[in-house]
Ligand binder design. Structure first.
Ligand code: EPU
Length: 422
């Protein structure tokens, strides 16, 4: 197994280019199952998770090839409609094939994803939603079995906005007979990307960007040619890394409008953030290198993203005064706290609330730490870059799930970082 070694304390400087969004690439890749033919997806990040989903599609019979960041997915022939436990257990987002497979094949069997490092993460909204569209669903031997000769439009209300449930049902409803209305739907930018792809394939979806999505079912769709939006979580991670090291730089090829809450929180902390058309620049006001305390509360888009909570907490350890993190989306998303403490951070946790007593800039010390999930790991990277001395982060396969060329991009910003065998 590999570990990441960081010699911290170097202010990051320069430009870093953002890749395509993991959480947009996954649903868009799943959507290629909706109709036979050769689909083209552009700006697809080369990540462990996109490779896992490509393997799942290939296992179903699709032919997947990559040329740079362009993925061609030929779904002309599907041999079966089963997503096995072996493939789903390594990536929960595999459940995204459920809606497209039942819509296209009339029958599917998808392994039930288990709990994960950040919470229980049930999939009841996905299953209940398909039932509302007329599918017969059962859980048998650890698999979700769904069957429907035809899906029929209906009104579906989500108790909580769910990103992948909204995506699964948008895909399924595109081929249903009649009109489906998704209420209290998630509004994350990745859903807008999926709506654009589906409409480009001939679907009729309105309400993009709002929490009410209306899908007029169509009889057939045609193959897609669509581009993946920039990864807002990757963009936010680099902004936070530059800020935490006292550096200054630009995160390019991103959509500043997809990070409204992060931009405001960074400004509250005292940073200068300039929004360009497709870049965000971070620097320090009047040359000072002090961060003020700032609180965050995670919430569905446009609220503060849970996927940037751990990374912001790393920044809070360097602020002056006490900052609070309220995690409202997942019940167990503080796994990074114990590891940040190993680097000297002062954090107390009470349920979903964490209180961080800031150490001031340069307060963290390098230490051996362990990555526990994707975003927790990136928080340790930020802490390691800001800390004095050496930080060894083990289990970096978590990072490889969601950050394309992390070492290359950080090196480009001047960081001293490399991989080593454990
Ligand atoms: N929920 C249910 N029942 C369901 C589905 C969700 O109760 O059937 C609850 C969840 O337990 C959670 C809330 O609804 O409390 C919202 O979860 P959501 O369903 O939106 O999460 P997700 O779709 O499983 C996606 C991202 C996550 C991101 C969340 C929240 C993808 C592939 N994954 O997950 O990304 O944290 O939305 O924004 O889009 C990551 O990239 O590191 C990551 C975990």
């Amino acid at each position: 197994m590999e570990k990441l070694v960081i010699e911290g304390g170097i202010p990051l400087q320069g430009d870093v280019k953002v890749s395509g969004a993991k959480n947009a690439a996954l649903p868009l890749m799943a959507a290629t199952l909706l109709c036979a033919g050769k689909h083209i997806l552009r700006n697809v990040p080369d990540l462990r998770d996109t490779r896992t989903l490509a393997r799942l599609l290939e296992n179903l019979g699709a032919v997947v090839s990559r040329d740079g960041d362009v993925l061609t997915i030929d779904t002309t022939v599907l041999h079966h409609g089963e997503a096995s436990y072996e493939l789903v257990k390594t990536m929960r987002a595999s459940v995204l094939v459920l809606g497209p497979l039942v819509a296209r094949l009339g029958k599917t069997r998808v392994s039930l994803p288990g709990g994960c490092a950040i919470g229980e993460r049930p999939v009841n909204f996905h299953i209940d939603g398909l039932r509302e569209l007329g599918a017969v669903c059962a859980i048998k031997e650890g698999y979700i079995e769904a069957e429907a000769k035809k899906l029929y439009g209906n009104t579906i209300y989500f108790d909580i906005p769910s990103v992948t449930a909204t995506e699964n049902l948008l895909m399924a409803a595109s081929l249903a007979k009649g009109t489906t209305v998704l209420k209290n739907a998630a509004k994350e930018p990745e859903i807008g990307n999926l709506v654009d792809m589906l409409n480009g394939m001939g679907a009729k979806i309105s309400g993009r960007g709002t929490d009410v999505l209306t899908v007029e079912g169509v009889d057939s769709l045609h193959p897609a040619d669509c581009s993946i939006i920039p990864d807002r979580i990757e963009a936010g991670t680099y902004l936070l890394a530059i800020a935490a090291t006292g550096g200054a730089g630009r995160v390019t090829h991103c959509c500043p409008g997809d990070l409204p809450s992060l931009v405001e929180k960074l400004r509250h902390a005292g940073l200068e953030i300039i929004e360009e058309a497709d870049a965000l620049a971070v620097s320090w006001k009047d040359g000072t290198r002090n961060l003020s305390r700032v609180d965050i509360k995670t919430a569905p888009f446009p609220g503060y993203p849970t996927d940037l909570q751990a990374q912001f907490m790393a920044l809070m350890t360097l602020c002056s005064g006490q900052s609070a993190v309220h995690e409202t989306i997942f019940e167990n998303r503080f796994m990074h706290v114990a590891e940040l403490r190993r680097m000297g951070a002062k954090i107390t946790v009470d349920g979903r609330l964490a209180i961080v007593s800031g150490l001031g800039m340069n307060g963290l010390k390098g230490a051996p730490v362990m990555a526990t999930d994707l975003r927790a790991s990136s928080s340790l990277v930020i802490a390691g870059l800001a800390a004095s001395g050496r930080t060894d982060i083990s289990r970096i396969y978590h990072l490889e799930r969601g950050y394309e060329d992390l070492v290359g991009k950080l090196t480009g910003l001047g960081a001293r970082v490399w991989k080593e065998q454990e």
